[in-house]
Write a protein that binds this ligand. Structure first.
Ligand code: HEM
Length: 370
């Protein structure tokens, strides 16, 4: 009983101070949002898939919206236009990270480039990424290694195909694996898209051949499939959370200093002001003839983020995805386990830093002869 009273007293005191703090900043006009409960704010509303729920809320409250995640004021961006304003015009004030306790206890905010603040050390590490690790020269020099690794993968899948085993697309926290799994899921759900992709590969590099890096520029339909995979079930549903270093005024609203900024990539991929036709339809064709790329300048498609904190491994990741997906499609035919139908594929998502398939895809490879 005493414990309960103490807890109640602590909560009331916290709420009182927090409330006073907000009122002392009455000149702020926070972006609109759903009413928060004391202490927990809107946490109870977010559920298992916060990217879905905040996309629904954004339809009511708008593309710049306030949520209270416990005591943390969080501004959620849900349209391409608003993402452009935030990440292009105000990137310099919004480049630090909010660091969750789970990351802090392991000291990742000190050692990990993804969570450390903008400091000379961060700049130094980014320079190493840009000029050494992921520089064109380095990526070019390691081409043989990737070819060999893809060859090994194809060899293992060939063994599975000989015993009719389903190839499990092991879902991990890894963004490349989850992108690949979503791409295969969508292709197996859309047999016509699969056929068109295989036809392009067959006509461009010959049936049954492994994709080489020099082939990439000649595979526009495969590229469109990867972009559509990034749009529809994005492997990273929210960009890694950012923090406002100062008050930032946007469209008459304030992103207050110290607040957390979330960019909902999932919602942006469904922004009906940008994406015409059925936004929920997997249709790589929508990218054919468009200049849209994933390098952080077209804000309707920012799977790798944008601005100073853009993913430094972007072009390396894209190369690997081309090689793996293209080779899997060109060297094998694929069917679903237990003769399931395309419409039976379970596409439920499991939220995390990367968006995984709740139920891993199981598909059976059948070797294609060249
Ligand atoms: C499909 C694959 C990948 C996707 C979709 C992806 C996406 C992202 C996103 C959205 C961010 C945050 C950007 C922002 O805050 O604006 C990020 C940051 C980062 N990514 Fe990736 N990534 C992928 C692969 C990789 C790989 C393979 C590596 C390394 C080998 C990597 C290393 C990093 C690092 C170090 C950061 C932190 C950059 C910083 O905070 O300064 N990523 N990535």
């Amino acid at each position: 009983m005493l414990l309960l009273l103490l807890l109640l007293l602590t909560c009331t005191t916290l709420y009182f101070f927090h409330d006073r703090n907000v009122r002392s900043k009455a000149s702020y006009k926070l972006p609109p949002g759903p009413s928060p409960l004391p202490i927990i704010g809107n946490l109870h509303q977010l559920g298992k898939n916060p990217h879905h729920f905040s996309a629904i809320l954004a339809k009511i409250h708008g593309p710049i919206m306030t949520l209270k995640l416990g005591q943390l004021t969080t501004i959620v961006i849900s349209s391409a236009e608003m993402a452009k304003i935030v990440l292009q015009n105000y990137d310099q004030f919004l480049s630090n990270r909010t660091v969750p306790e789970a990351v802090r206890v392991h000291n990742h905010h000190v050692h990990s480039i993804a969570f450390m603040p903008i400091t000379p050390l961060w700049r130094f590490l980014r320079k190493i990424c840009n000029n050494q690790l992921f520089a064109n020269k380095t990526i070019g020099a390691t081409q043989d290694l990737r070819r060999k690794k893809v060859q090994e993968l194809l060899g293992k899948i060939h063994q599975s195909s000989q015993i009719g085993e389903a190839t499990l697309f092991v879902a991990g926290t890894d963004t490349i694996t989850s992108t690949l799994e979503w791409a295969m899921t969508e292709l197996l759900s859309n047999p016509n898209t699969m056929k068109r992709a295989k036809r392009e590969l067959e006509e461009t590099i010959g049936k049954g051949n492994q994709v080489e890096e020099s082939d990439i520029a000649r595979l526009p339909y495969l590229e469109a499939i990867l972009k559509e995979t990034f749009r529809l079930p994005p492997s990273v549903p929210f960009l890694i959370p950012r923090k406002a270093d100062t008050d930032v005024e946007i469209n008459g609203y304030t992103i207050p200093k110290g607040s957390q900024l979330l960019i909902n990539v999932y919602a942006i991929g469904r922004d009906s002001n940008v994406w015409k036709n059925d936004t929920n339809l997997f249709s790589p064709e929508r990218f054919l003839g468009l200049e849209t790329h994933v390098k952080g300048r077209h804000f309707e498609l920012i799977p790798f983020g944008a601005g100073r904190r853009i993913c430094p491994a972007l072009s390396y990741a894209m190369k690997i995805l081309f090689l793996m997906l293209g080779s899997l499609l060109n060297c094998f035919d694929w069917k679903l386990e237990n003769d399931s139908k395309a419409e039976d594929i379970d596409k439920k998502q499991e939220f995390g830093i990367s968006l995984r398939k709740a139920k891993p895809l199981r598909a059976i490879p059948i070797k294609v002869n060249n």
